[in-house]
Write a protein that binds this ligand. Structure first.
Ligand SMILES: Nc1ncnc2c1ncn2[C@@H]1O[C@H](COP(=O)(O)OP(=O)(O)OP(=O)(O)O)[C@@H](O)[C@H]1O
Ligand SMILES: [Mg+2]
Length: 476
């Protein structure tokens, strides 16, 4: 069973994955799709200019559509009575709703057909599932909705739901698409869901293109809700999928190699990949470098190859997708230390204590970015980081332990960026404008008032509180 799995985009057959007796997987593109797809690619690692792909890329492409958690794969294998080591067999059950527009089915029809629906789910049921995930982080699939399966990468507990124009939540079944991802946070990592929300909001404040997120409450549970940018919701409630792949897929990397230290792609490889793909969006490589600088400044230690994606368009080709799954190690004393490693190096350095601003600027030069632009952006991110987290916390109307947690991020951001700022000053290109004096702790317009250490004033903004999402450092 499942020695063949067919891939569809927009309901059209793209090609067939076949598996031989040795476990080797081959992708053969459908001729019609190759000719009709224009600039759309299923994956940059398997360009449609070649009809048949063998080797590691087809198998790794499929693995990257599945969770990164062995335990979840085991659970799914047992549930569906298939081997957890066979991605095609797993995806035959959960491949109807994945990242991007690809759908995988154990059928061979030209146009994907079959049932499609949305089963309403109440706040009480969502709360019960969140509670269940807190005690059983591998139980991703929602009980009682047997036609509603999804597959998403990552190690954290998560589930995917649809919220359409009428604002009610539903479990998409059959061919239907989810529109939001809900993540209750990482057990043992304080406020990780709030961390993810604040980090996305702070990055957005600083001008980066990010996924929209919010902290939402279901009964007494809170969870980060991330709106899927790979879904477009029409006014009539119809959901269209946009195709995307993560950078591990685009480079043919197995999920186990997603960290650069594990052989995965680093900034240089991704920038070259984006430039070589000749998407019409000329800003993608800049945005990737900008995001890498944000993760350096904010100690986003988990920005590995599966936390960056490309959106594919038939008209435009590939472009960098909005940022998602961003989180800061700053508030965690056990992770925020000088040995902490970033997931991708600057000038071959990974450790916080080794990466100086000059290494970031040196990479910008080596990768032919406009050095003044790179320096200006680094200064803007470093200068604005504490205020951006402060503003994100204010927007989120936090109180209690949530507000204390956010204040710790702001304090730590102020401390770290004071040092980075000095380093940036020393690393300024000769033609760069002088860096103005550092802010002295007074509030800037539109940001939350801060104490001299950068802590925002908790008394000025209170309401109710959330919780968040990040992952521990990748210290290999
Ligand atoms: N807003 C979004 N829109 C579309 N796809 C998304 C979005 N957020 C995440 N994804 C997809 O879902 C996958 C899993 O999400 P995410 O990275 O948040 O999970 P995670 O478990 O926190 O990951 P990790 O193991 O890297 O911490 C991503 O790799 C990406 O393919
Ligand atoms: Mg992730």
């Amino acid at each position: 069973m499942s020695s063949q799995l067919t891939a569809y985009i927009d309901g059209c057959r793209v090609g067939r994955f076949t598996r031989d007796g040795t476990g080797a997987v081959t992708l053969s593109f459908d001729e019609d799709w190759r000719h009709a797809a224009r600039r759309m690619e299923l994956s940059l690692s398997m360009p449609k200019s070649r009809r048949v792909h063998t080797g590691a890329a087809p198998l790794n492409y499929l693995w990257n559509l599945l969770p990164d958690s062995e335990a979840v794969l085991q659970r799914w294998g047992s549930k569906f009575g298939v081997s957890p080591r066979n991605p095609m067999a797993l995806l035959a059950h959960v491949g109807m709703d994945t990242a991007g527009a690809v759908q995988l089915a154990d059928t061979d029809v030209e146009m994907l057909t079959g049932p499609s629906g949305n089963e309403p789910i109440s706040a009480a049921e969502i709360a019960a599932h969140i509670r269940q995930l807190r005690s059983d982080p591998e139980g991703w699939l929602i009980p009682g909705h047997d036609g509603g399966y999804f597959s998403l990468a990552g190690a954290q507990s998560k589930f995917a739901l649809a919220r359409t124009a009428d604002t009610r939540w539903s479990v998409p079944t059959g061919r239907a698409a989810s529109t939001h991802i809900l993540k209750p946070g990482i057990r043992g990592l304080d406020h990780s869901d709030l961390n993810e929300h604040l980090s996305l909001a702070a990055a957005s404040q600083l001008g980066l293109d990010t996924a929209d997120s919010s902290i939402e409450h279901f009964e007494d549970e809170s969870v980060i809700v991330v709106r899927r940018y790979d879904r477009v919701l029409a006014e009539d409630g119809t959901v269209t999928r946009l195709h995307q792949e993560d950078i591990a897929q685009a480079t043919g990397t197995h999920p186990a190699g997603k960290y650069q230290t594990e052989g995965g792609p680093g900034i240089e490889m991704i920038v070259n990949l984006i430039r070589g793909a000749h998407g019409r969006d000329g800003g993608s490589a800049d945005r990737l470098f900008d995001a890498a600088m944000f993760n350096w400044a904010a100690l986003g230690t988990d920005a590995h190859a599966k936390n960056y994606s490309l959106l594919h368009s038939a008209a435009e080709g590939p472009r960098l997708a909005p940022l998602y799954d961003v989180a800061t190690a700053l508030p965690y004393t056990d992770i925020n230390n000088r040995n902490t490693k970033l997931a991708m190096s600057f000038s071959r350095h990974y450790r916080q204590r080794e990466i100086e601003a000059r290494h970031v600027i040196a990479d910008a030069i080596a990768l032919s970015f406009d050095v003044e632009w790179a320096h200006d952006r680094a200064v803007a991110i470093v200068d604005g980081l504490a205020d951006a987290y402060s503003a994100a916390a204010r927007e989120a109307k936090l109180d209690g332990t949530d507000a204390v947690f956010a204040a710790r991020i702001v304090d730590e951001a102020a401390t770290r960026t004071a040092r980075l700022r000095r380093e940036l000053q020393a690393a300024a290109p000769p033609s760069a404008a002088p860096i103005p004096r550092a802010p002295t702790g007074s509030a800037r317009p539109g940001t939350q008032p801060r104490t001299p250490t950068g802590r925002f004033d908790r008394n000025t903004d209170t309401t109710s509180g959330p919780s968040l999402t990040e992952r521990p450092s990748s210290e290999p």
